[in-house]
Ligand binder design. Structure first.
Ligand SMILES: [Zn+2]
Length: 134
């Protein structure tokens, strides 16, 4: 049995490390990568290409057929909902936080004030005397 056979049958593969007793489901569309690299696709031979993220070894890894999680077909309503919520999430992410904005502005202003060249104090305004008409 090869990875491609499993993919054609709508199955995935579970890579299991017997050293660490941990495993992960892998989508069998990975057979295309195996084909490109001319790696053997039989489950026993292909297992040598999977390394455990815990122990870093492929020695104790075995591959087993696994059920592919069910993904319901997307209806028109689903698509509209995905677009709507996607747009809303993007707008939310783009919205600015007024508190952060104000803080950043204050910091920029204080820096600008500190770095501004010292200017001579402006001369006092000219005193103009005005008498009200009697
Ligand atoms: Zn391991």
């Amino acid at each position: 049995m090869t990875l491609k056979d499993l993919d054609d049958a709508g199955k995935d593969v579970r890579a299991w490390c017997f050293e660490c007793a941990r495993g992960e489901r892998v989508d069998t569309n990975i057979w295309e990568l195996f084909a490109r690299r001319h790696w053997p696709m039989g489950l026993d031979a292909a297992a040598r290409q999977f390394r455990c993220t815990e122990c870093g070894s492929s020695e104790h890894v075995r591959l087993y057929p696994a059920t592919r999680p069910y993904q319901p077909p997307m209806t028109g309503t689903d698509m509209v909902a995905a677009i709507f919520f996607g747009v809303r999430a993007a707008a939310k992410a783009k919205r600015r936080d007024p508190i952060t904005e104000r803080a950043a502005q204050q910091i920029a202003e204080s820096r600008a004030a500190r770095n501004a060249p010292k200017r001579a104090a402006a001369p006092p305004p000219v005193l103009v005397l005005v008498w009200s008409k009697p």
